[in-house]
Design a protein around this ligand. Structure first.
Ligand code: FCB
Length: 454
């Protein structure tokens, strides 16, 4: 897709609404980039298991090697710094530091994150540590995983271990990335690890994530001075496919049963009434006893935003609807509807509804079928346009009063895109998976100019 004719991608102009110290950065996650899956004492995660299940991953691949970031982190940090980024959001692999999830610590695994943090700080980049990007230790899944209430204690002990190891140098924390995706896509849809298809389990998982977040946040606050703790919630724009009452009801139901399902409790309001009604009618709460989870006590709300989801009712029954891109809309290679105005509106709505003290766009970016030229260069005008338009929309939300403090591109590197394997490239840096060579794409150079304002 080419640039919209009226849209200006001039990075200097786009940077103007943002303060000079705005936290521009990159986001990535452990299983998607680290590789070294069985090195230095790392235990297995549910993604190691799931990726080996026949048919689970589009190209049959695993994260065993991924971008080999475990060995190449120093070069990667140099690139992050050279591009001018102020923040690098990465995740800790729980089974790398606690191979069986609890108990014995794997010191070489912890040492890796010490080296990574030290390298970032030495390069002038702020580390943002995310504790959970879906790679639960397999040993804990074998004990019931996130559906077992004991996970609150397991997760809190793990959070305390990482906070006491890195907390003297790291102020920016994230407990969970996209708890809805982990709970619902992993436990109800079966498309992500652990690959279960049971709604009551998914609802229990979501509830335990909210409780684990609250307990871990409290533990971190007890261990380090003045941490900034948040969660990354994926809120895409939800819109009814048509103006019909049915579609509007379905869209409201979906947004309440999915997005507000996490946001309302995090902001101290308990589960939303409409979502409760929808889940109950659909049988998702059968056998589940839900009590109000504790509030999130967030220093910032992380927003992962990618697209507009249109909701079309199939019937009047609860949860009987289709969610996806509007036919004929501009779409990325993921089939996601490109809607920068949705980012502006979601930011403004989140601010109006929940009044978070700060918001960071913790993920935004796009997959396109990049082709490298003879020199390995990628002229990714489509990705550059996507980023430019979304940053423009973020600037509008900022001007409209949203307390936006940071923006992290998903992603630094092309990487392992979960059940789509290596078939989708989100990086602003190309990775040649045969040689592990990294080459900044045009979008990376453009982002560098935006950060530098010239
Ligand atoms: C988000 C995930 C991230 C990546 C992007 C494309 O849902 O947090 O790991 O897969 O989507």
């Amino acid at each position: 897709m080419s640039l919209s004719p009226t849209f200006d991608t001039d990075p200097v102009l786009l940077a103007q609404p943002f303060p000079v110290d705005f936290a521009w950065g990159f986001a990535a996650s452990a299983y998607q980039i680290e590789g070294a899956a069985s090195e230095d004492g790392r235990g297995a995660s549910i993604w190691d298991t799931f990726a080996r299940r026949p048919g689970a991953i589009a190209d049959g691949s695993t994260g065993d090697v991924a971008c080999d970031h475990y060995h190449r982190y120093a070069d990667d940090v140099r690139m992050i710094a050279a591009l001018g980024a102020r923040v690098f959001r990465f995740s800790v692999s729980w089974p790398r530091v606690l191979p069986t999830g609890t108990g014995a610590v794997n010191q070489p695994g912890l040492d890796f994150y010490q080296r990574l943090v030290d390298a970032l700080l030495a390069a002038g980049v702020r580390p943002l540590v995310n504790l959970f990007h879906w790679d639960l230790p397999q040993a804990l899944q074998d004990r019931g995983g996130f559906a077992d209430p004991q996970v609150v204690a397991w997760f809190t002990d793990y959070a305390a271990l990482i906070a006491s190891t890195l907390g003297d140098r790291v102020k920016d924390w994230m407990t969970f990335n996209e708890p809805a995706v982990f709970a619902f896509i992993g436990h109800a849809d079966g498309i992500h690890a652990p690959g279960l298809r049971d709604w009551p389990t998914a609802i229990r998982v979501a509830d335990n994530e909210l409780r684990a977040h609250a307990a871990a946040a409290q533990a971190i606050r007890g261990l380090i001075d003045g941490p900034k703790i948040g969660v990354a919630i994926d809120v895409n724009q939800v819109a009814p496919a048509t103006d019909s009452d049915r579609d509007r009801r379905a869209a409201a139901q979906w947004s309440s049963a999915r997005d507000a399902w996490f946001l309302d409790p995090l902001f101290g309001r308990g589960y939303p009434a409409l979502g409760l009604e929808a889940h109950r009618e659909a049988g998702h709460l059968d056998g589940v006893e839900l009590a109000t989870p504790p509030a999130g006590d967030l220093d910032y709300l992380g927003l992962n935003y990618y697209r507009r989801d249109s909701v079309r009712a199939r019937s009047d029954r609860a949860f009987d609807f289709e969610v996806g891109a509007m036919p004929g809309s501009e779409q990325t290679q993921m089939g996601w509807h490109v809607a920068p105005d949705g980012l502006r509106d979601v930011l403004i709505e989140l601010n109006a509804t929940y009044a978070p003290s700060e918001i960071a766009i913790t993920e935004n970016g796009a997959a396109y079928p990049d082709t490298a030229d003879a020199n390995g260069l990628v002229h990714d005008e489509d990705r550059l346009s996507y980023l430019a338009r979304h940053i423009g929309a973020a600037g509008e939300a900022l001007a409209a009063g949203a307390p936006l403090k940071g923006y992290y591109v998903w992603s630094l590197l092309d990487n392992y895109e979960w059940s789509l394997g290596y078939s989708r490239r989100f990086g602003v840096i190309r990775v040649d998976y045969d040689t592990q060579q990294r080459t900044p794409k045009d979008s990376a150079r453009w982002y560098q100019r935006l950060i530098a304002r010239g």
